[in-house]
Design a binder for this molecule. Structure first.
Ligand SMILES: Cc1cc2nc3c(=O)[nH]c(=O)nc-3n(C[C@H](O)[C@H](O)[C@H](O)COP(=O)(O)OP(=O)(O)OC[C@H]3O[C@@H](n4cnc5c(N)ncnc54)[C@H](O)[C@@H]3O)c2cc1C
Length: 366
């Protein structure tokens, strides 16, 4: 089977990922239709090439060795309205649609449910992978289903939200089904009308001047907050080469929380100052706070990598970093927080092309 014309040989991945590190892909397919995606998958299967799926590259860390085989980007970006029921609007959005353009569209059309997710980089197809969330909203609040292509069989399938194992920054697509499905379309149900009052403290403060903020005001406030933390992708910002939050917020059981408080006291830190939020039978504590308490401050520099000067949770490439520099810093922080505070942090981005060398980092919370 001849290589289809839209599959290019040896392609840079660093230039396609926001961390701007990592080696090349042997082959890159930029598929602009389901048929092209099928052809690319078939070609990879016949050639015996391993497959990696890439969206906008804002939540990946690619190894310096690059990726063997085929990297597939699915780029169709159409949006359709599937149904309207009273104030509910059911939409289907192709995986290649830019996430923030979708949020902007929803806000301009008076549709609630995505406004707090403004400014998150990347494509719609990746949003269910880790059930994206910010400022009190999560995708699973509005997600209805995903249409996927089974990579092994080439069959299309519609998977209902209840079967996706959605949780805090996770889903079956990110864990046990990783690599099994190409997401083609994401269905969401949005609501027409006024937005719910923001639940997130910082956002409430930012909107305190507005008694009943409308969707546009919420979006503007979120974007402003995110900019102040370098949490929008802006090439003019010296902190821009990041994957956003590098570690997830730990969810601690009561006993672990007590142990953490004791460790804080041992370190001479006021344990009352530890922010904590009830989350089911657990307590969510901010990883950024723990990282700072363990001595890793905003703006920390380690040669070509460091921490964002605006957010201690964002590891950044300061310009000429290799993926290994980021791994080394992640490991240093991971170990420092574990040793000083007894809490293990779990990375949020997906590590692509790494061997066992990063296992202890990725199995931190298992
Ligand atoms: C500055 C910044 C701020 C951020 N803020 C947030 C935030 O507030 N909240 C949040 O949740 N995340 C945040 N992120 C992380 C990231 O933007 C999201 O996780 C986003 O959804 C990733 O989209 P992407 O298209 O770039 O995915 P990629 O990074 O390209 O891929 C991520 C994973 O999804 C898989 N994937 C991508 N597309 C598909 C597809 N069509 N089918 C199957 N698998 C696919 C990839 O294989 C990979 O495993 C931030 C990142 C940055 C750089």
């Amino acid at each position: 089977m001849r290589r289809p014309g839209f599959i290019q040989g040896r392609a840079s991945l660093a230039s396609r990922c926001t961390l701007a590190v990592g080696g090349d892909a042997d082959y890159l397919a930029r598929a602009s239709s389901v048929d092209q995606a099928r052809d690319a998958l078939e070609w990879a299967r016949v050639q015996g090439h391993p497959l990696t799926i890439l969206g906008g590259g804002s939540n990946c860390l690619v190894a310096d060795e690059g990726l063997d085989g085929l990297v597939l980007q699915f780029l169709p970006a159409q949006r359709r309205t599937l149904e309207r029921h009273g104030d509910r609007v059911h939409i289907g959005v192709a995986a290649g649609h830019d996430w923030d353009r979708l949020v902007d569209w929803s806000v301009k059309h008076g549709l609630c449910g995505l406004e707090c997710l403004s400014g998150i980089p990347g494509l719609v197809g990746a949003a269910p992978m880790q059930n994206i969330g910010a400022y009190g909203q999560q995708l699973d609040n509005v997600l209805e289903a995903v249409t996927v292509l089974d990579v092994a069989t080439g069959q299309e399938e519609r998977i209902n939200r209840d079967e996706l194992g959605l949780g805090y920054r996770t889903s079956h697509l990110k864990t046990e089904w990783a690599g099994r499905f190409l997401v083609l379309e994401v269905e969401m149900i949005l609501r027409m009308g006024a937005p719910e009052s923001p639940r997130y403290g910082q956002l409430q403060d930012a909107l305190s001047g507005a008694r009943e903020p409308d969707l546009a005001q919420v979006r503007d406030a979120v974007l402003k907050l995110r900019r102040s933390k370098s949490m929008v992708y802006d090439r003019k910002d010296p902190n821009h080469r990041s994957a956003g939050s590098f570690f997830m917020n730990p969810r601690l059981l009561d006993d672990d929380l007590i142990a953490l408080e004791e460790k804080l006291v041992e370190q001479g830190i006021d344990s009352e100052a530890l922010p904590r939020y009830p989350d089911g039978d657990r307590w969510k504590v901010p990883a950024a706070w723990l990282i700072e308490a363990a001595g890793f401050k905003k703006g920390l520099e380690r040669g070509p990598v460091g921490l964002s000067s605006n957010h201690s949770l964002a590891l950044i490439n300061r310009g000429r970093a290799q993926a290994q520099d980021l791994v080394n810093l992640a490991r240093e922080i991971h170990q420092g927080v574990a040793e000083r505070l007894g809490v293990r942090l779990w990375p949020e981005p997906v590590f692509l092309g790494f061997s066992d060398s990063v296992r202890e980092l990725l199995e931190a919370n298992k």
